[in-house]
Design a binder for this molecule. Structure first.
Ligand code: MRU
Length: 356
């Protein structure tokens, strides 16, 4: 997708370096950063310079490549893969990508391993782009239906950033929106701010602005009243891990949006590539929910009048805080799962029908 008119992907490999867009500086500064070692990749995932389930999976795949470049040694590679998997716990794409890379490399000799790793990382990336594109084409039909009936702008609410910045290109939740916009359908996006990291305000709004799509940032608590007023035609969100029974784990606050949507008969869709499905965990209470540093709550970051990025504390130092990063929306609140293979019911039957 585009930034200042120029096409970018969120990650690429060049001269034995991994290049990323540092998302901790957006939207104030556009900085391309070099990752030179596997430790750099781990750090970028932990600090959320790269974030979003598919993108952290891709970064981990390149982390394996950098680990081989650093030291072509199986014990070092094994340790690197374990550290990569542990760098963030909730998004299943991370483990999925590392396991896939390690399976491909198993039993390969030292002379060929680097090329095989690089080729596989590239396949993961190209596959994600095509999955996200197809999610968009499948989701487009839902938006088209509403537009045809309504004969007016389609208002879509989204939470967090499940945009192209969270993937390699297109995004998941945003892909149907980008496709609709390209087809000339009038869309407007309600962008949840997404406290505490503000991925909605900082990233989703930014990327929609860059693509010329009308959007309005709202506080996380505003979705309910907008739905009551009939100002939301549908919600589309992303996911970090979807269980085979259709339960959806996504950014904290997603569950409350789904409850409000149910109460107001607003369709609530979840967009995901198959790499986000966890076929093993059957009970959502077993999903590891990331708990991040409370400073993300007590300090807010932005630019001052001189355009300098600055951080300020917003509540008493003594106050206790808790920073849960994800929640689970039970399948019964999900109107449908938009995947690269089509749209299905949020259930085991639905998912297995698409992914045999
Ligand atoms: O903590 P983040 O910013 O990595 O969380 C991202 C999300 O929750 C996204 O909605 C999810 O990863 C889907 S990305 C296509």
């Amino acid at each position: 997708m585009r930034i200042e008119g120029k096409e970018y992907r969120t990650i690429w490999f060049e001269n034995n370096l991994v290049k990323i867009i540092d998302q901790t500086k957006l939207p104030h500064k556009f900085i391309i950063k070099d990752l030179k070692t596997v430790e750099d990749c781990i750090n970028a995932i932990k600090t959320m310079e790269v974030r979003g389930a598919p993108l952290i999976g891709a970064t981990a795949a390149y982390g394996i490549v950098l680990s081989i470049i650093e030291k072509n040694d199986s014990s070092f590679l094994g340790k690197s893969s374990e550290k990569l998997i542990k760098s963030r716990p909730t998004a299943i794409n991370l483990k999925w990508a590392v396991d896939r890379m390690m399976k491909k490399l198993s039993g390969k000799n030292n002379n060929e391993i680097l090329k095989i790793a690089l080729d596989e990382a590239k396949v993961i990336i190209e596959e994600d782009i095509s999955f996200c594109k197809n999610i968009g084409l499948n989701g487009l039909k839902i938006i088209e239906d509403v537009a045809n009936k309504k004969k007016d702008t389609v208002n879509i609410l989204t939470h967090c950033n499940a945009g192209w910045l969270a993937t390699i290109d297109w995004g998941t939740a945003t892909s149907p929106i980008y496709h609709a916009h390209q087809q000339g359908i009038k869309v407007h996006v309600w962008v949840d701010e997404t406290r505490p990291r503000n991925q909605g305000a900082n990233l989703t709004s930014y990327e929609l602005n860059e693509e010329g799509i009308s959007n309005t940032v709202i506080t996380d608590n505003a979705g309910g009243i907008l739905m009551q007023r009939g100002q939301v035609d549908m919600c589309i969100v992303g996911t970090d891990r979807t269980l085979s029974n259709g339960d959806v784990c996504n950014k904290i606050g997603t569950y409350l949006k789904a409850l409000a949507a149910k109460d107001n008969n607003v369709p609530f869709y979840v967009a995901l590539p198959s790499s986000t499905i966890d076929w093993n965990i059957k009970d959502h209470t077993k999903i590891p929910i990331e708990e991040r540093n409370v400073e993300e709550l007590s300090y807010v970051e932005g630019v001052d009048k001189e355009n300098k990025i600055t951080k300020i504390r917003i509540y008493p130092q003594k106050s206790k805080a808790m920073n849960l990063a994800f929640d689970v929306t039970p399948a019964k609140y999900v109107s449908g799962l938009i995947t690269e293979k089509g749209i299905c019911e949020a259930s085991e039957k639905g998912l297995k029908g698409l992914f045999k």
